[in-house]
Ligand binder design. Structure first.
Ligand SMILES: [Zn+2]
Length: 85
């Protein structure tokens, strides 16, 4: 027998999606944390500042530090930006 829903007895889906596999658009900020990407070469150079980019990441998918090549406005070139807290 296959359950058939009607107005009085709707069939409730029992499919479970985990937080990570839930389709986009759902309100689920769980696991996402705010981080900053900081230029790794500004500190060693003579530039008057450190390039930083605010962003977020999924802590579960990327437990380690993330690194991106981004444009550093102080050094005026693309450099390696690493996650800082
Ligand atoms: Zn820099």
């Amino acid at each position: 027998m296959f359950p058939v829903g009607d107005a009085d007895h709707p069939v409730i889906s029992t499919v479970h999606l985990s937080e990570e596999e839930a389709p986009m658009g759902k309100k689920s900020s769980k696991g996402r944390v705010k981080i900053q990407l900081e230029c790794t070469t500004c500190r060693e150079s003579e530039v008057p500042g450190v390039s930083r980019y605010p962003t977020t990441k999924n802590k579960k998918k990327t437990p380690g530090r993330i690194e991106f090549s981004k444009y550093c406005r102080f050094e005026r070139k693309h450099t390696l930006h690493r996650e800082v807290k």
